[in-house]
Design a protein around this ligand. Structure first.
Ligand SMILES: [Zn+2]
Length: 345
């Protein structure tokens, strides 16, 4: 078992329970930050914490006046989360920066706090104004695309934009036994047709996804025709045009909650070339989940993201999350090559 694997295990076990339990703000997340700080210091990096508790370890460059190049991810997890989500991006970053060694630009390994509840650590870093010039986040895909393509690694094109809405269907409640079928105004039947429309609309737009995740039926009795249904729609697409089309197709009107973020074309090209150097297909894909990388990109940092294949059908936020040692080794290799180039130009 190599150092990276041992470190993943140590982080995984910190909070006890059935999976990763490093909940933001809890003892295990704090302990994870302390452990990572120790590993960074052992590796000879200068470690610093910002006011929010984000950890940055720096390896001073020969031209420290140039904007810094950072890599890393987050250390918090959801309850009973997976072994790789967030943690892999931090431990891989340590290995890659050690492998690059001293470069022109100062290299930084960052461990953001409190990502799972809405990227609060990276948002705090942006608000504090202490940002690198370039950032690369390595993260597990958390989906099945790379596994289906038989590709170990992928370069992220954008972080999807999303909109969440509540839709209400009004009908007329009535007696389930005495109201003839042709005299009903069943709110749940209308809602059911809409749920199917949501699926069809998302399938018709490349890269779009949409989900009805909650449905409340009133009055909710076995022998009463539903009079009112409230449901939620979560709609996502890789760019504003496609998200707009999706919202229109669902009669949701305009309005994007979280704007899509395009990742930096130069950093993406460097990552693609690293995959080619390793003899791998240079797969590109959007990220359907939010990430600290999206926050930094939106703040003007030249940002790229490298996805590593998730096995087990792409399951994530679960102890079943799995990524192979071989894929992790390839990812560290690609990240090392990319950092070397980004820190010397
Ligand atoms: Zn994550």
């Amino acid at each position: 078992m190599g150092a990276l694997d041992e470190r993943l295990d140590l982080l995984y076990r910190l909070g006890g329970g059935a999976g990763a339990n490093r909940i933001a703000g809890g003892d295990a997340e704090t302990r994870a930050c302390e452990l990572v700080s120790e590993w960074l210091e052992e590796a000879g990096l200068e470690v610093e914490r910002d006011a929010f508790g984000n950890v940055v370890g720096r390896l001073r460059g020969s031209r420290p006046e140039l904007p810094e190049v950072w890599t890393g991810s987050h250390l918090d997890s959801v309850p009973d989360g997976g072994r790789y989500d967030g943690a892999l991006g931090v431990v891989a970053a340590i290995e890659a920066v050690i492998a690059v060694g001293r470069a022109e630009r100062t290299l930084g390994v960052v461990a953001f706090r409190d990502e799972e509840r809405g990227c609060n650590g990276s948002l705090a870093a942006v608000a504090g104004g202490r940002l690198p010039g370039r950032f690369v986040e390595l993260h597990v895909e958390q989906g099945p695309v790379l596994e289906r393509l038989d590709a170990p690694l992928g370069v992220v094109t954008s972080i999807v934009g999303s909109t969440r809405r509540e839709v209400v269907f009004e009908g007329a409640a009535g007696h389930a036994g005495t109201t003839p079928m042709d005299a009903r105004d069943d709110a749940l039947v209308a809602a059911a047709e809409y749920v199917l429309r949501v699926r069809a609309a998302a399938r018709a737009i490349d890269g779009a996804v949409a989900t009805v995740g909650r449905l409340e039926v009133e009055p909710g009795a076995v022998n009463v025709i539903p009079g009112r249904v409230r449901l939620t729609v979560d709609a996502r697409a890789p760019d504003a045009d496609r998200l707009g089309q999706l919202l229109e197709a669902l009669d949701l009107g305009p309005g994007i909650d979280l704007a899509p973020v395009e990742l930096d074309p130069t950093v993406r090209a460097v990552l693609r070339e690293e995959l080619e150097r390793l003899g791998l297909p240079a797969v590109e894909l959007p990220s359907g989940a939010g990430h600290d990388a999206g926050v930094l990109a939106a703040a003007g940092v030249e940002t790229g993201m490298l996805f590593v294949r998730s096995l087990n059908g792409g399951v994530s936020h679960s102890p079943d999350e799995l990524t192979s040692d071989e894929d992790v080794a390839l990812a560290v290799d690609a990240l090392t090559g990319a950092l070397r180039r980004l820190a010397d130009s």
